[in-house]
Structures are given as C-alpha cells and as structure tokens.
Design a binder for this molecule. Structure first.
Ligand code: NA7
Length: 556
C-alpha cells in the first residue's frame, strides 16, 4: 500500500502555490490522505507574496495556466495578455475552491523540519505551530523563487522612514504616492515596480548595481475572439508547450510571413552572414513584445557569442534611442553578461522612465552605497533623502527554501551538508539519501527556464505516477541512487558548460547570494527533452531509483 497506518497521513506537501495545489489534487485522486502546510495566510505562493505595484507575469496568461482539467482551462477568462498579480492570485484561489482543496491545507504554518524515520519508513514533519505529523511521502512544493534575500545594509535599523521587501509585500497599508522613494535592485521585479510607481511618487531614486537587459512586454487586453481561438486550439497548443524548449505554446497571433504560425522559440541558428536580416527579424519581434520573443529569435543565442552579441547590441541600441540623457543611457547599458544569461526582463516603458524629471538613476558601480542613515541612503557621493526604501534585491533561488528547513534523510544526514558544494538531485525530482521525498521545480530541473506551470504539471504528474507505481507493487520506499544522481548532475553541468550561462553572475548560477556555491542550478536542455528523459526513467521501472532497496536493471 502507498498509505501508512489508519488515521495517519499518507503524504505531506509543503507549499500551496501552483505546485502544492496541483500535487494535492493528484494525490487525492490516488486516494491518499494528504496534508498541505503553507506559510502564507492564503494560497498562491509567488502570487500571494509578490503584491508590489506593477507585479505581473512574464509568460502569456493563456500559457501560464493549468492544462490538467479541460473545464477549468475552457471556463477561466484572462483579461490581459500578461496577467497582473491579483488576477493570477484569483486564479489560484479559484483552483483551490473549484477542486475543494482548502480542507487539506493548513495556512499560516511554516514547516521547520522534516526527518526521515528509517524504522517507521516515514517522514516526520514539524511546523512552527507545534504540529508534528508523519507520512510515508513528503513532497516539497516550496518554490524556486520563494526565499527572498533579506536586506543586509548597514544602518537600516536607523532609517526613520519605512521599508519594504518586494517578495514580502504587505497586504495593505502601503502609501507611496507623493513620497520620496528609493528602490534598490533592477531585476525583473525592480523594473516592473519602478515603471509602475514613477508617475505616482514625489521622487524616485533607482539604485542600480548591475544594468539588466529589458525588452517591451507588449502587454494588451486579450481580445475575446483571440482567446476563444487559443482555447479551441488548446489540445494542440498544450502538446506544443509540453514538447517545446521553454514550455510555451506557439503564438497564434504572431504569424511568420509565408510560414503560417510557428513557435516563437526558433529552432534555427542565426543567419550571421546577414546582420540586416537579423536586425529586421529582431525589430519585428521587438514590436510584438514579450519577455522571450527577442532572445528566442535564434536557437544559438545562448551558445554562440557572435549571435548573442548581435541581439545584445540590438537591445543596447534601443536603450540609447529611448533615454534622452546619454550619460544616463550609458549607465543603463548592460555590458557585464551575454543577453539571456540572466533572466531577461520585460517592461512597460522602463527605459523611458528615466526621461522623467522626478526619477534619478544612482549608478552604484560609480558611487556605491556606504550606509543607510536616518534620513535616507548615503552613497560615496551624497545622501539621498527618502521616506520609503524598497528592496527588490531578489531571491536565494532554487535551494533557499529547501535549505531553510532542517531536512534530514537516512541516518540523520542533513541536506545542508549534502549540498554544501551545491545541490545534488536526480532529475531535480529526488535526492539520494532522502527516500520518499520529492521536489517540485527542484534544482537540476528546467523549471525556472520555462513556463513554470508546464514544468509543475509535468513534475506533479511524474511524482504521482511514481507513487502510484509504488502503491501498485507494494513498494514502500523509493530512493534515488547516488550513482544515478551523480550521472545526472554531471550531465546537467556538461550541458550548461556548452552554453554562455556560466559567464553571468546570475541567480541561475547562485552568484547573487554571497557564499553560495557557483553552479548552474537549472537544467538547460529544455522541457521537452527533459520530459522524455523523465518518461524513459519511469518506463524503465524507475531506472536510477532503488525500490525497496532493489535497483531496476539498466534499460538495454
Ligand atoms: P533579481 O533578478 O535577482 O534582481 C535583483 C536585483 O537586486 C539586481 O539588480 C541586483 O543587482 C540587485 N541587488 C541585490 N543585492 C543588492 C545589493 N546588496 N546592493 C545593490 N543591489 C543589489 O531578482 P528579481 O526579484 O528582480 O527577479 C527574480 C526572478 O523573479 C526573475 O528573474 C523572474 O524569473 C522572476 P546585481 O545584478 O546582483 O548586481
């Protein structure tokens, strides 16, 4: 049986974002007794916490939605090409209600520890509310970008104004209008927030350490007729997304002249001998808008430095052409990393924001922050008087949330020790030495390089399939073997080394958190290829896993 003793839980799921919600739904479908613990006072994960002004998804809303239920995907109506945070949160709440999930979710409860009990063959999970419960299966749906970096700035405690973190934005009561606001951080989050609040605040100081590449988001109301066409096409579109590189459908309203509709993600390398053709294709994509449309024009942008340079130069020219003050434009130009080796940002007029009289760019490479003082932020040049400071300084990505818990596997071994030199997983789904524990969107999976909902559905389906397999065969323990894990990690690293990703100090590389091991965290092979690998593993009786100590023979 998959389950434990009567009255006991069969599975514990940590997190009630999209991953935890769908995992709960699938496990219930297997007849399991499940409890979900969620730190927030509501469901929705990322979209529960990131309520800062301007928060919006950078994946098309018709893509960024569940495909597992036909009625759900047909009924829900999106209002914009890229949905705002509150709309996505409503969608998550709708999913929780529609499938009756709330009864098994404990909100406002943080899991502090999970310990494998070898004798009982189950996980013991502890929370900050004093719960202690057991289940055979434990699934970490804790999110890849859910552990915000805490602001570590000298003098912050002396600041007389108020400060906020974008990833922990208050539910209400924030007043920015008419105030002097400073924003630290110019990643996707900072860029959205800055563009949104600039017209409202008295003055905005943008504290930029490293310039980023941003492209027009091209957000617009979703035409109902278009949405209907996409929904009619969903069976094909969703299949497209599942086998694509980054988990998105082909875009029906972006026709290729002479080719009908084609995937935005091109499979063709750049015609480098014809830079004019390249620029005109990039122009066409720039005008259409969307986070991934410019950087996916050519399949080799992330592997070939020359292709990358053409695309990067194209975006830099756009920045120069938009920003009136050329000294400010120069300071905004990204030079330190190849384009797309950090997550590309998508904006609704970010660069033009610097043409406003009430916006100042503070270039921290030229004038670093010295300290926060009671009246504002002091750089090596001067003090910037502020009423409000917003930290948009990013996340301890992919490993932060997992390592924040005290996770102990077989023989009491700590995950923190196992991962001291960087995370080790098998398929991003399981960890050797941690039986019956699964991670959704874990390190060494492609999740953060994809439409994460596509990845979440694939992970959850795979995990549910694995648990059903164990149940049907009377298997009580499923554990990745160290050999399979090592092979997978070598493969993930080798793939990354064939790309330009290692050249950037990005959160993909763990480089945004001081002291974090520098390794490429996601799998770069694409979601379609990854799905095939996971399916082959399952079809080969869970190759690379020990089932009750027995390892399936390698497939011929
Ligand atoms: P990011 O992309 O990690 O951006 C964080 C920004 O904050 C980035 O500009 C950092 O500059 C800056 N930062 C971080 N720490 C500091 C300090 N100490 N001083 C000055 N500036 C700092 O996080 P986001 O939340 O914007 O986006 C995360 C992902 O969420 C995004 O990629 C999408 O996938 C959704 P740095 O570049 O480190 O010099």
């Amino acid at each position: 049986p998959a389950g434990g003793r009567p009255g006991e839980l069969d599975a514990i799921v940590v997190g009630a974002g999209f991953a935890g919600l769908y995992m709960l739904h699938r496990l219930r479908g297997l007849g399991l007794r499940v409890r979900v613990f969620e730190r927030g006072d509501g469901v929705g994960g990322t979209w529960y916490w990131n309520r800062y002004p301007g928060a919006r998804c950078d994946v098309d809303s018709i893509d960024y939605s569940f495909s597992f239920d036909e009625d759900l995907q047909q009924e829900w109506v999106w209002t914009e090409r890229f949905a705002r945070q509150d709309e996505i949160l409503r969608y998550a709440e709708h999913v929780a209600d529609r499938f009756g999930l709330r009864a098994d979710i404990r909100l406002g409860t943080t899991v502090t520890a999970a310990t494998w009990d070898d004798r009982a063959g189950s996980w013991e999970v502890a929370t900050d509310r004093g719960d202690l419960c057991r289940a055979r299966w434990c699934i970490m749906a804790t999110g890849a970008l859910s552990a915000p970096k805490d602001p570590e700035f000298e003098g912050l405690e002396s600041f007389r104004g108020v400060w906020y973190q974008t990833g922990r934005w208050p539910q209400e009561g924030v007043r920015l209008a008419g105030r002097r606001v400073g924003v630290i951080g110019t990643g996707s989050t900072g860029i959205q927030l800055i563009t949104e609040i600039a017209p409202q605040v008295a003055h905005l100081d943008v504290f930029q350490r490293t310039p980023n590449f941003s492209v027009p988001q091209g957000n617009r109301p979703l035409d109902p007729g278009y949405q209907e066409r996409v929904k009619t096409d969903y069976p094909r579109g969703r299949e497209d997304a599942r086998s694509s590189r980054n988990g998105v459908m082909r875009t029906l309203d972006f026709p290729e002249p002479g080719h009908g509709v084609r995937p935005i993600q091109s499979a063709e390398p750049a015609p480098r001998d014809d830079p004019e053709a390249m620029r005109s294709e990039l122009e066409r994509r720039w005008a259409f808008g969307g986070a991934n449309i410019v950087t996916t024009a050519y399949a080799d942008v992330i592997v070939h430095p020359d292709t990358n340079a053409v695309v990067a130069d194209f975006v830099r020219d756009k920045i120069r052409a938009t920003v009136h003050d050329q000294a400010v434009a120069e300071a905004l130009l990204p030079h330190d990393h190849p384009i797309a080796t950090k997550r590309i940002c998508a904006d609704s007029g970010y660069y033009a924001t610097f043409n406003r009289d009430n916006v100042t760019l503070v270039d921290l490479r030229r004038t670093p922050i010295e300290t926060i003082v009671p009246e504002g932020i002091r750089t090596t040049e001067r003090t910037h008087p502020l009423d409000v400071i917003v930290f948009a300084t990013g996340f301890d990505a992919m490993t932060g949330a997992l390592l924040a818990m005290d996770l102990r596997g077989r023989d009491g071994v700590r995950l923190r020790e196992c991962w001291a030199a960087g995370p080790q997983t098998y398929l991003g789904l399981a960890i050797a030495g941690f039986p019956n524990l699964f991670t959704i969107t874990g390190p060494a999976s492609p999740s953060v390089l994809s439409n994460v909902i596509t990845s979440i559905e694939q992970h959850v389906d795979w995990i549910a399939g694995c648990i059903a397999h164990a149940r049907d065969r009377g298997v009580s323990e499923v554990e990745a073997t160290p050999e399979a894990q090592e092979r997978w990690m070598e493969h993930v690293a080798a793939l990354a080394d064939g790309t330009l990703f290692p050249r950037a100090d990005s959160w993909y590389m763990g480089a945004n958190v001081p002291g974090k091991p520098r390794v490429m965290l996601p799998y770069v092979g694409g979601v379609g290829t990854y799905r095939d690998v996971c399916d082959e593993v399952a079809a080969a009786s869970y190759e690379g896993f020990a089932l009750d100590g027995r390892v399936a023979a390698a497939a011929a």
